[in-house]
Design a protein around this ligand. Structure first.
Ligand SMILES: [Cu+2]
Length: 432
């Protein structure tokens, strides 16, 4: 077993992340695979130090094995098929059968040993984004370690120096591997489970893809023109809702591994920014927001007390990030009079349909023919009609009487009488 001292000296000589022979693979912890794309709230930890687990939106947490002083995890980098929302599957790369990979959860002070097996057609590494660790464990291919070649397993070993919200992703052929979905969250819980304690603690990663309508594999050379904006490689209406019990203290954490910033906005509440990539924000330094901008490569967490019941939209505020593909090449038609043109076009192209001269809202209800494996640009239906969203959008559902640990969607909010905007019929005393 490594002692702390020879771990550090090994890192200094660059051999700490050592390849494991094929015969040793039998001794690796069994890699865990998820049951599907739905949120799988993890159970309370049965071994190791106690903590309050996070809930990964449309994801799950990796199990571990205790081996002496080590908490051992096993990540397998491999091609995966991810359903982005019902009706569209993408050929991505990820870990343990899914993109993003499982959330890693451990406790400040834990010694973690992470086995990484490469089943990709090219080399990879994992960088533990935000962790304080020996330089040789930092996962930058060529700089801190040799690359992990296809078929090889490498071992990362380090002690978790501080609690907070972290990520993991490759630092090898990075643009391609992240454009293909390789990433995951890494949550380090405080040593004292009552420090920064909340009742519900949600996490997700923001990622983006460029997949041509009708195709299933992202274009990996894309730099700016992504067309699918995802949370944990899901788009609305495929992103699970966040059910919250009235009175709960709630934390929502996210990381951004897209190539642009995302102003994340939650309706119905103001909240406090309590954790950034650098660690916890002291109570006296927390600032209130209703929209928190998350830069590229950063993590943010905010907290609120669930005191306002309802269905509250929760989304990126860049409006093209709450749309799915096909929204990019549509010309502005508002104010254009199509009447003459339409008639003449139909005589030439019988299926011709003019769109957009009164705005784009029609797209939310229109049954347009789409290529296979393609999602509508604006979609989803709520209790009052089409929601006209896609991409980075979901709903925080604050309800009375949910059970602790119940993350099932509670359905639509039943608004108390007299609390819904209504159509004016000439007399506010006579509501129709
Ligand atoms: Cu955005």
């Amino acid at each position: 077993m490594f002692t702390r001292r020879n771990l550090f000296s090994a890192a200094a000589t660059g051999i700490a992340a050592a390849a494991v022979s094929r015969s040793a693979l039998a001794a690796l912890p069994e890699p865990a695979y998820p049951a599907g794309p739905k949120t799988e709230p993890p159970p309370l930890p049965s071994t190791g130090r106690p903590f309050n687990p996070v809930v990964t939106l449309n994801g799950w947490s990796a199990p571990w094995r205790i081996n002496g002083q080590w908490k051992e995890f096993h990540l397998v980098a491999e091609p995966v098929v991810r359903e982005l929302a019902p009706g569209m599957k993408a050929n991505l790369w990820g870990y343990n059968g899914q993109s993003p990979g499982p959330t890693i959860e451990a406790v400040e002070g834990d010694w973690v040993r992470l086995f990484v097996t490469n089943k990709l057609p090219e080399h990879t590494t994992i960088h533990w984004h935000g962790q304080i660790l020996p330089s040789g464990m930092d996962g930058v291919g060529g700089l801190s370690q040799p690359h992990i070649k296809p078929g090889e397993t490498f071992v990362y070993e380090f002690q978790l120096k501080k609690s907070g919200t972290f990520m993991y992703h490759p630092h090898a052929d990075e643009m391609v591997q992240m454009a293909m979905g390789m990433m995951g969250m890494f949550i380090v819980h405080p040593r004292d489970p009552n420090q920064y304690r909340v009742d519900r603690d949600f996490v997700f990663l923001m990622n983006a893809y460029d997949i041509e309508p009708g195709a299933a594999t992202p274009k990996v050379a894309e730099m700016t023109n992504f067309n699918l904006w995802t949370w944990n490689s899901r788009v609305f209406p495929g992103i699970d809702t966040l059910p919250v019990r009235m009175g709960d203290r709630v934390r929502i954490r996210f990381g951004n591994l897209t190539m642009t910033n995302h102003p994340i906005h939650m309706h119905g509440y103001d909240f406090a920014v309590t954790c950034t990539d650098g660690g916890w924000v002291q109570p006296s330094a927390r600032w209130p927001e209703v929209t928190i901008d998350c830069p590229v490569g950063a993590m943010r967490a905010f907290e609120f007390d669930a005191v306002h019941p309802g269905d509250w939209a929760f989304h990126c505020h860049k409006s093209h990030h709450t749309m799915n593909a096909m929204g990019h090449d549509v010309p502005t038609m508002i104010g254009v009079d199509h009447r003459g043109i339409s008639k003449r076009m139909v005589s030439l192209i019988p299926d011709y349909m003019t769109m957009g001269e009164r705005g784009m809202a029609d797209m939310g209800e229109m049954e347009m023919p789409l290529p296979d494996n393609t999602l509508p640009m604006m979609t989803g239906t709520g209790p009052f009609g089409p929601i006209e969203m896609g991409g980075m959008f979901t709903v925080v559902k604050v309800r009375e009487g949910l059970a602790r640990g119940d993350y099932k969607d509670p359905g639509w909010y039943k608004n108390p009488p007299g609390t819904v905007a209504y159509k004016y019929n000439g007399d506010v005393n006579k509501r129709g």
